[in-house]
Write a protein that binds this ligand. Structure first.
Ligand code: AMP
Ligand code: ZN
Length: 471
């Protein structure tokens, strides 16, 4: 069966066919964090969703290039920089470092590229120049540059590909300076924002005067530079579909970067939002959780990841602390079964038993239907427990069952229990060691291993990857 994904662009479930003529390479871009504060649990629902998409494509044998940007200049950041008086990079750098720690605590695979908007100013200017050359962008007297929706449409492009828009609501000559705006206030949006006193030291020179980029153009420039003008998958939370992603399409296709007949992005995927106890997270309501808030309550990244992965990505997910308790209980059931399998398998090795992985893939091929996939896993746990209790599994059969679980877990990414208890610092070292080994720098890999040992953590290399153990 083919992998089927819901494409926001066509509002339908489609067979996934990559642009690569060999059908092997896949380019995936996910809008990353805006590093003006700690990430909240809703943000991480979206990043775990992106990690699931990447891991499942890898499970299906695709060679994925995963890009996730870091938005390090936009309206909210500028406001915070002004309030704190810190230089831009110093302010965003602190939150970015914390973001990657949280990302690792949830066992999300590090993206292959993590571009920063402020490193792509030249590409952004080039893109705006291309839009100017086509008459789609225009400068106002203050030195700002705007995207003209009217001119774009007049050239035969469609604005309103990801959402339906009512152009009667649009008034000629109206502009919106904020990066975030509603469908109802449809207006020309900013590509380049002229420097104002409140921007402090945050500005760059441009052919139109000093200023800074708008948020939308940042993602167009970074994604096309790193993945090519046409790529396979673009992801984000549902709130980004309009205006952010719509504007990304308008800028990238308006600048005519693509080969004739090609689109900017083939498949757009949007993750639904996370609610807490049925309502939108807000600091005022006291239901606002960062990842570290939950870790401080005694939960670990593995439990949080599991809970986030129990919900189909296109459905709103209601997060509760009781749900996390449930996640802990479900994982205990799984861990108990795996421990018994390990006892039975001892030193035996075997290829994965194919039924579990086949049923799992059948469920996941259907637009990443994790609910059906977890049902497959827990049916397997029940049947395995029965077989173990009846002493029906040989060591080799148990090893084959464990290997099957490892294949499934390459996608779910829960890892072993001990790993979940390792602090982020140790997980970062483990990652550094794997990177050194991959680069065949065995001296460095050994040095990291020794550093981990000195901190009380041992690595055991197994057929299914490295395992952490407390010394
Ligand atoms: P931001 O750091 O605000 O740019 O958001 C980063 C990502 O988190 C974006 O893809 C958003 O769509 C997503 N996001 C924001 N709030 C939520 C939420 N409550 N549930 C799920 N995703 C969210
Ligand atoms: Zn973006």
């Amino acid at each position: 069966m083919a992998l089927k994904l819901f494409n926001t662009l066509t509002r339908s479930v489609q067979d996934f066919v990559p642009l690569d003529p060999a059908g092997k390479k896949v380019g995936l871009y996910c809008c990353g964090p805006t590093v003006y504060d700690f990430g909240h649990i809703g943000n991480f629902r979206t990043f775990v969703f992106a990690d699931l998409v990447r891991r499942y494509l890898e499970f299906r044998g695709y060679q994925v290039r995963h890009v996730m940007n870091v938005t390090d200049v936009e309206d909210k950041i500028i406001r915070r920089v002004r309030e704190t008086g810190k230089p831009l990079r110093e302010y965003t750098g602190g939150f970015e470092a914390e973001f990657w720690k949280d990302h690792a605590s949830l066992n999300c695979r590090p993206p292959h590229e993590r571009p920063h908007a402020t490193d792509f100013i030249a590409e952004i200017l080039q893109l705006i120049e291309a839009l100017m050359a086509r008459g789609i962008a225009y400068r106002t007297d203050d030195g700002s540059v705007w995207f003209s929706i009217e001119k774009y449409r007049a050239l035969g492009h469609t604005y309103g590909q990801l959402v339906n828009l009512n152009f009667d609501a649009m008034r000629a000559g109206e502009r919106v300076a904020n990066d975030e705006y509603e469908k109802e206030s449809l207006a020309d949006f900013a590509l380049w924002k002229a420097r104002v006193p409140d921007d402090g030291a945050v500005f760059w020179p441009s052919p139109w005067g000093e200023g800074r980029p708008g948020w939308h153009i940042e993602c167009s420039a970074m994604s096309m530079k790193l993945l090519g003008a046409s790529f396979d998958l673009h992801l984000g939370g549902e709130d980004l579909a309009f205006p952010h992603h719509e504007d990304e399409i308008a800028q990238s296709e308006g600048a005519c970067c693509q080969a004739p007949g090609q689109r900017f992005v083939k498949y757009w995927m949007h993750g639904a939002h996370l609610l807490v106890e049925g309502t939108k997270m807000s600091k005022k309501l006291g239901n606002f959780f960062t990842l570290r808030d939950l870790l401080a309550k005694g939960f670990n990244g593995r439990e949080i990841r599991y809970l986030l992965l129990t919900a189909y990505y296109r459905e709103t997910f209601n997060f509760t602390l009781a749900g996390l308790e449930g996640a802990r209980a479900a994982l205990a059931r799984l861990d108990e079964c795996l421990a018994k399998l390990r006892d039975t398998a001892r030193d035996a090795t075997a290829a994965p038993e194919p039924t579990l992985t086949a049923k799992f893939a059948e469920a996941m091929d259907n637009d990443l239907n994790v609910s059906a996939a977890w049902a497959v896993v827990f049916d397997w746990v029940r049947d395995t427990n029965r077989a173990l209790a009846a002493h029906q599994l040989s060591a080799v059969q148990a090893a084959a069952a464990l290997a099957a679980w490892q294949s499934v877990d390459a996608v779910f990414g829960l890892g072993a229990k001990a790993e979940a208890e390792a602090p982020p610092e140790i997980l970062a070292l483990l990652e550094a060691r794997q990177a050194a080994r991959k680069a065949k720098d065995f001296k460095q890999a050994d040095a990291v291993r020794n550093e981990m040992k000195a901190k009380g953590w041992l690595i055991e290399d197994t057929a299914s990857g490295p395992k952490l153990k407390q010394a």
